[in-house]
Design a protein around this ligand. Structure first.
Ligand code: FAD
Length: 404
């Protein structure tokens, strides 16, 4: 298994106890619960609340081992992968679940100057930049860039980040930074289409946009980002928008090195798989989760397709080992959700049911806490989010870090 994310861990669980040796490889020593990274980026959660040691995970199963390595090459004809130490690891079956990374679409300066919240490190970096920006302006330092936070992309990640930053400004700032006029702190969300949360029903999109505006988010819909500079973003209508921190929350692509692995790739670099999730033309290799796309059409790059795909690929390995035929993968849509801020979220279920507001937020909160990896993660997250939301009016309640 290459990658200990949602797909990789689900595959490992399925193979635990089977008569096979499982080797889990990841470039990081921990699993990251990406859906709550925006909370780390806005100081609501500690990085440790949303990460879980992969060695501890592997240790739960007698037939599973973990190695912290980054896979650099895949040689399917000799059934081996090369890792960053230069060593080769051979396999009988390979399940690739390496996820994706930010796609900058060739927009000038985006890679250099915009930040992402796709990894633990990048979320911590955003948190430190946001807080040090507020600190610098509060101190009245000469030449300080105005605290304008620009989020590029109105999908779930962009909406969640904008909502959390707006709440930090609205509720936390007056007490934590009384010397700072909250009106100087701006949260701008830029989305090139005319609406936020494109995969949701029109009513939920409008609701979300209205709720963000009510929280003071400056929504720039139907305008694209042409260039990102260190201290500003240039929009397609010619406006130079000052920006202390630009957060890139639009578009993902498969890691660049995958293109050297000799596997068929489609849009966004996603590895093409057959109905049973085996890579087209490579019967010993499966690809699942965000990095893969079925020839019948891509699934959304969300946790559920990754979890279900990982489980299915591992079940097919069991079948192949037992000399049986593989089965086609069927995705069970469990719906989509996004949080807008405290007590506010939207949920859309496959049966058409739509929930919004407080009830949706409770559902979002419950699901995210339940799906965290360990009891410790769940308790820490519950405690930190309770402090953030219940004592909201009494201070900024942010977990602080060192300025970069
Ligand atoms: C900020 C954010 C918020 C999100 N919110 C939601 C949400 O609310 N709901 C939802 O359903 N989905 C959400 N998603 C999407 C969801 O997190 C992904 O769809 C899911 O993580 C995909 O799982 P995966 O296993 O394919 O990849 P990942 O979970 O990304 O795991 C990939 C793993 O592979 C490892 N890896 C990569 N390359 C290599 C290599 N060469 N060698 C070794 N290891 C490697 C990585 O370190 C990582 O651990 C969010 C994503 C982000 C970034």
């Amino acid at each position: 298994m290459v990658g200990g994310g949602f797909a990789g861990l689900s595959a490992v669980r399925e193979l635990s106890g089977a008569d096979v040796d499982v080797l889990l490889l990841d470039r990081d020593p921990y699993n990251t619960f990406q859906p709550l990274l925006y909370q780390v980026a806005t100081g609501g959660l500690n990085p440790g609340d949303v990460t879980y040691a992969l060695r501890a995970f592997a240790g739960r199963f007698r037939n599973v081992r973990f190695q912290r390595v980054s896979v650099t090459e895949v040689d399917t004809s000799n059934r081996r992968v090369r890792v960053d130490s230069g060593a080769d690891i051979t396999y009988d079956y390979l399940i690739l679940c390496c996820g994706v990374t930010a796609h900058y679409f060739g927009i000038g300066g985006a890679q250099e100057h915009a930040r992402t919240i796709y990894t633990r490190q990048s979320a911590i970096q955003v948190r430190d930049l946001v807080l040090s920006s507020l600190e610098t302006v509060a101190q009245g330092r000469e030449g300080a860039v105005e605290p304008v936070f620009v989020i590029v992309g109105g999908g779930a990640t962009g909406v969640e980040m904008a909502g959390a930053l707006a709440e930090l400004r609205n509720a936390g700032l007056p007490l934590a930074y009384p010397e700072l006029d909250p009106n100087r702190v701006r949260v701008v969300l830029v989305e090139m289409t005319g609406e936020v949360l494109a995969p949701f029903a029109p009513g939920l999109r409008t609701y979300t946009a209205d709720e963000l505006r009510a929280r003071g988010v400056d929504l720039r819909l139907g305008v694209a980002v042409d260039e990102v500079r260190e201290d500003c973003v240039i929009l397609s209508d010619g406006e130079h928008l000052p920006s202390a921190v630009t957060i890139w929350a639009t578009g993902v692509k498969v890691h660049d090195r995958v293109s050297g692995w000799g596997l068929p790739q489609g849009r966004g670099g996603r590895v093409q798989v057959d109905a049973d999730l085996r890579v087209v033309g490579h019967p010993d290799v499966f690809a699942v989760g965000d990095m893969a796309a079925g020839t019948g059409g891509p699934l959304p790059q969300l946790a559920q397709p990754a979890i279900q795909g990982g489980r299915h690929a591992a079940a097919q390995v069991r079948r192949l080992v037992a000399g049986e035929q593989t089965e086609a993968f069927t995705y069970k849509d469990k719906g989509i959700m996004a949080t807008i801020g405290r007590s506010d979220a939207v949920i859309q279920l496959p049966n058409g049911l739509k929930v919004r507001g407080f009830l949706a937020w409770l559902g979002w909160l419950g699901l995210h806490i339940v799906t965290l990896m360990s009891h410790r993660n769940r308790l820490a997250t519950m405690a930190n989010l309770s402090v953030r939301y219940l004592t909201w009016k009494r201070g900024a309640n942010v977990i602080v870090g060192d300025p970069p």
